[in-house]
Design a protein around this ligand. Structure first.
Ligand code: ZN
Length: 133
C-alpha cells in the first residue's frame, strides 16, 4: 500500500453535507458521482495529497444501514495500491477477509476491493487502484 487515497464519510444528506464541508475546507467538492452498483451518491474534496469522500446511500444501501446502526461519521479508509490483484492475494494470504472477491469499479475512476472490518480491528478498509485509460 502506498498512501491513504481518501477517507470515506457516511452522511444522511449529501447536499447539506457538501455545504458543511465546503465551509470546513474553504473549497467546494471537485466532483459528484453516483455509483449505481453501491446505491450511493458521492462527492470528493481534494486537500493537497488527501481526499475526502462523502457518501449518501439510497434506502437499503450499505451506507444507509451503517448510518442507522452507528450514525453519520467516518465509514472507511481507502488505500492506494499499485496492483489490486496482487494486494488482494497478499492480504487474503495474511488472513484478511475480502468482501468482494473480484475488484469492482468504484467512484472516481478506481478499481476497488473492501476488506471486512471484522478482520481489521473494526476498520472498513478499501483498496483502490487508479484505472488507467
Ligand atoms: Zn471510498
Amino acid at each position: 500500500m502506498r498512501k491513504i487515497e481518501h477517507i470515506g464519510i457516511a452522511v444522511r444528506d449529501l447536499s447539506s453535507a457538501n455545504d458543511l464541508f465546503t465551509r470546513l475546507f474553504g473549497q467546494s467538492p471537485y466532483k459528484e458521482e453516483a455509483v449505481a452498483s453501491e446505491q450511493v451518491t458521492t462527492s470528493f474534496f481534494r486537500l493537497g495529497e488527501s481526499k475526502i469522500e462523502l457518501l449518501e446511500g439510497a434506502e437499503d444501501s450499505a451506507i444507509a444501514k451503517f448510518i442507522e446502526k452507528r450514525g453519520e461519521g467516518i465509514h472507511h479508509i481507502a488505500f492506494d495500491v499499485e496492483d489490486i490483484y496482487a494486494e488482494m492475494k497478499r492480504l487474503e494470504g495474511e488472513g484478511f477477509v475480502l468482501i468482494n472477491k473480484e475488484p469492482k469499479r468504484g467512484a472516481d475512476n478506481k478499481l476497488v476491493c473492501f476488506l471486512h472490518p471484522k478482520s481489521a480491528n473494526g476498520v472498513l478498509v478499501e483498496l483502490c487502484q487508479e484505472i488507467k485509460n
